[in-house]
Design a protein around this ligand. Structure first.
Ligand SMILES: Cc1cc2nc3c(=O)[nH]c(=O)nc-3n(C[C@H](O)[C@H](O)[C@H](O)COP(=O)(O)OP(=O)(O)OC[C@H]3O[C@@H](n4cnc5c(N)ncnc54)[C@H](O)[C@@H]3O)c2cc1C
Length: 306
């Protein structure tokens, strides 16, 4: 379903993010997760694209598999790094032929541990990719006359490469003006950052739906990885204190992390968020607890018989 149709509904959207598994065991875990989460009827699920385009075939295969074997609406991520224009065009063609409705267009993380020359990429910034997808849409190669719906990334706490927040907002506005349909944010732990970001977007003339990225912390090692991967992520003292109190007790860490994310979700819903996107890390437990506690299955009529 095209994102503009998804967003037309009155209620906020709920969506999940997966990454392509690299081993048969990881694949088994992911497909189990997908089976468990499918019944929650998310509006879409998104599939990441490895740093430096390292998972391009795996991303495509997972998107295809979700599309053909489940009722879910998969949105592939696509990045500029390490890609030439003809490669991007070929990827778009394949997705169009598979009737994939939307793409999340990103700058992309550079490849890890490999030499990388950004100047060799055909697209220097996500805005160039958005423009290219728009041109592809206009070519009529997609079965939907509107072509792909286009999502872009937003950073409530700011993107580390652009310390000037006014300039950063101009870059976001350029993506919107180039034809983006929605924004999904980087994870954040302080809702004030998101709400303020949403206001700053409105002041800059950005009136697209902004979907909030939420990642429940489920382990101390996961927490430390977030700090490393989502560079610059701010962790409120309230969260750090709560995690410190239960260090050494894995179950308690997970309960505290999920409870914190649940409180964030309640508050976002109270503040009319356009959507909540869960970074699942390919596991279902935390997301299911949050969904059940928010009453989302009921909201969407899944348990109307109860
Ligand atoms: C929801 C979400 C999903 C993600 N999924 C993936 C994924 O699947 N794979 C992956 O590799 N990475 C992923 N990332 C990470 C993302 O690709 C990186 O954080 C990247 O550095 C920023 O992406 P962007 O799309 O915002 O890039 P851009 O919009 O290109 O911005 C990157 C930086 O360049 C600056 N900039 C933009 N335009 C200009 C310009 N014209 N001149 C100068 N500077 C400019 C911006 O201000 C920003 O600092 C994801 C991030 C988010 C929030």
């Amino acid at each position: 379903m095209h994102i503009t149709d998804i967003m037309r509904k009155d209620s906020p959207t709920f969506s999940f993010e997966f990454f392509p598994p690299q081993t048969p065991e990881a694949a088994e875990t992911l497909y189990q997760t997908i089976r468990e989460l499918e019944s929650y009827m998310p509006d879409f699920v998104s599939v990441t694209y490895g740093a430096g385009g390292s998972t391009r075939a795996l991303t495509h295969d997972l998107v295809e598999r979700i599309k053909t074997t489940t009722k879910l609406n998969p949105i592939p991520h696509l990045t500029c790094v390490c890609h030439r224009e003809d490669e991007i065009e070929a990827i778009l063609l394949r997705y169009a032929q598979s009737a994939i409705s939307n793409i999340l267009a990103l700058g992309g993380d550079p490849p890890r541990g490999l030499p990388y020359d950004k100047a060799r990429d055909s697209f220097q910034h996500a805005v160039d990719l958005v423009k290219f997808i728009r041109r592809f849409n206009e070519s009529g190669a997609h079965p939907d006359p509107r072509g792909f719906g286009i999502g872009v990334a937003g950073f409530p706490e700011g993107h580390p490469a652009t310390p000037n927040r006014l300039v950063e907002m101009e870059h976001l506005k350029a993506k919107v003006d180039a034809g983006a349909d929605y924004i999904v944010t980087q994870l954040f732990f302080d809702n004030r950052d998101f709400l303020d970001y949403r206001e700053r977007c409105a002041l800059a003339g950005i009136h697209l739906p902004i979907i909030a990225g939420i990642m429940p912390i489920t382990s101390m090692s996961g927490f430390k990885r977030i700090a490393e991967l989502a560079g610059g992520a701010r962790f409120p003292a309230r969260l750090l204190r709560a995690l410190q109190r239960c260090e050494g007790d894995r179950k308690m860490v997970s309960r505290v992390g999920v409870h914190f994310a649940l409180e964030q979700c309640h508050d976002l819903l109270d503040n009319d968020v356009a959507g909540i996107h869960f970074y699942t890390l390919n596991r279902s437990d935390a997301t299911r607890v949050i969904f059940d506690s928010l009453g989302i299955p009921r909201l969407r009529g899944a348990s109307a018989a109860l």
